[in-house]
Design a protein around this ligand. Structure first.
Ligand SMILES: C[S@@+](CC[C@H](N)C(=O)[O-])C[C@H]1O[C@@H](n2cnc3c(N)ncnc32)[C@H](O)[C@@H]1O
Length: 486
């Protein structure tokens, strides 16, 4: 082969030829090269808060180790890579995953299909079209995490990548332009241009670690860029150069170790108006974004069922479902009890909305105040719903005012209630059985809110973004929407 032939190992070359470079030693790549990347995968997944209920796509997924690790965290995974031989390994490792051979510039999934998209050194400055595709398939509020090589020359392990420079000069230059995204400001501008918000640059741990120079040389030879060098000098010369280079780095009783600078970018797809005027300032710390104080539980089929219902109903998994994933059957049971008392009390949807909005706002529960304030707004108007949240009840009809006041008494201090107070409900047109049902309904709602609030459950960002402004402004208490402003 000649050195000036177009060698399709670069991401912007014809994607169908990529397998020639990346797939020719897929098994060696998967077993002796890719495992070193695990630090990078774990770090980015942790930072993105990948968890049960996430639908995750890994772009340029290679042999699929990152997907295997995301599955351990509870995500349902999909991946795409141009190399059929690498995808074969990825499928073997991820039998339940949706693994496809294809081009990152034309992702074969619908708009808004994923809650998280990752790409580990798979998207480059030379592939802006792929970022537009990532944006398209991410659901609003979804998170993206990309890694790119950082300042390689300044890295202690730079020597490990040196054999790639054996490639023909134009190929080496192209490799350099591909990694330009790691320069300060470059990735941020790239993502901003694509429409992402809350962009943050983070350091990602990355260390090549090998048993000896021969294993190192084989590992490097299994990669795409090595293919370009091998085309220029032949495989034997490539391996010899690599082995000789590594001999100098051998340490007694320790592995060959080459730390290399890798940069990560995390960002979000905006959710409606919350991206700008949402009123919740995003301040990312180094902590993993969280939806509550608890670490996510293992995903059970019951919890998954609930997540699927959420996705079908509203397009995202609610934070309530995530928290109650510890005991989804108990949440079902609680909801059945609420249905029973609703039926027994012949409570209309509007009456329930009044009761929940008044009880939740009295308790200081922002989640249910937003969720039911929004529903009440649809029944009686946003300003009236906001007034109920503020405890003023302006514009509410007399019978609903009686309900709102009763809910507040039950939520505040049930022991201060006297028999005469119940008369207000009778005067409002409710009989004895209904009064019991109304009280039981409020008490069950308070139990639900108390669990959520005590465990730090944050209102969904999507819920916050879709709630009418007067209602949002009235919710001046409780947990802030999350997870992204955790
Ligand atoms: C640097 S490797 C990274 C692989 C994997 N993310 C990892 O962590 O090992 C780049 C990957 O991009 C894939 N690739 C190259 N061009 C592509 C394209 N147009 N569409 C999809 N994948 C592509 C290659 O097959 C290769 O697996």
């Amino acid at each position: 082969m000649t050195a000036d032939r177009a060698i399709p190992t670069q991401l912007d070359d014809g994607w169908q030829g990529v397998d020639e470079g990346w797939g020719r030693q897929a098994v060696a790549f998967a077993t002796i090269c890719e495992p070193a990347n695990c630090r990078e995968y774990v770090a980015l997944h942790h930072y993105l808060g990948v968890q049960t209920g996430d639908r995750l796509l890994d772009v340029a997924c290679g042999a699929g180790l990152a997907l295997e690790l995301a599955t351990v965290r509870g995500a349902r995974c999909a991946g795409i890579d141009a190399s059929p031989r690498l995808v074969a390994v990825a499928r073997d490792r991820n039998p339940d995953g949706d693994l496809r051979v294809g081009d990152m510039h034309a992702l074969p999934w619908d708009d808004n299909s994923f809650t998280v998209v990752t790409s580990f050194r798979g998207i480059w400055g030379t592939t802006p079209g792929a970022v537009a595709e990532v944006y398209r398939v991410l659901a609003p509020g979804g998170r993206v995490g990309l890694t790119v090589w950082g300042h390689i020359k300044a890295s202690p392990g730079a020597w490990a990548l040196a054999p790639f420079a054996l490639a023909a000069a134009p190929k080496v230059e192209h490799q350099a332009s591909m990694v330009a995204l790691g320069r300060p400001g470059a990735g941020e501008a790239f993502l901003l241009e694509a429409g992402f918000v809350e962009i943050e640059r983070i350091d990602i741990p990355f260390v090549f670690e090998f048993a000896d120079p021969e294993v190192y040389a084989r590992a490097m030879a299994s990669t795409g860029p090595a293919f370009e060098a091998i085309e220029a000098v032949g495989e034997t010369a490539f391996l010899q150069t690599a082995v000789e280079l590594a001999r100098d780095k051998v340490r007694d009783g320790l592995p060959l170790r080459a730390p290399i600078s890798v940069v990560g970018y995390v960002a979000s797809k905006p959710v409606g108006h919350s991206a700008t005027g949402g009123g919740h300032v995003v301040t990312r710390g180094s902590e993993q974004p969280s939806v509550s104080f608890l670490a996510p539980p293992m995903l059970t089929p019951e919890a998954q069922h609930r997540f699927d219902d959420d996705l079908e109903g509203g397009g995202y998994v609610t934070n309530v479902s995530r928290v109650w994933a510890f005991m989804p059957a108990t949440l079902e049971g609680l909801s059945d009890l609420m249905d029973q008392v609703t039926e027994a009390g012949s409570l209309t949807f509007r009456q329930r909305a009044v009761l929940v909005t008044a009880a939740a706002s009295t308790l200081g529960d922002s989640y249910c105040s937003l969720a039911w304030g929004k529903r009440l707004a649809a029944e009686v108007g946003s300003d009236v719903a906001a007034s109920v949240i503020r405890g003023e009840d302006e514009g509410l009809d007399a019978s609903d005012q009686v309900l709102a006041q009763w809910a507040r008494r039950v939520a505040t201090d049930p022991n201060s209630i006297v028999a005469d107070d119940v008369q207000a409900l009778r005067d409002g047109g409710f009989d004895e059985a209904q009064i019991f049902a109304i009280t039981a309904f409020v008490a069950l709602r308070l139990a639900f809110s108390t669990v959520n609030d005590a465990l730090g459950t944050r209102p969904d960002r999507e819920l916050d973004a879709s709630t009418p402004e007067p209602v949002r402004s009235a919710v001046t208490f409780g947990r802030q929407p999350g997870p992204d402003d955790a």
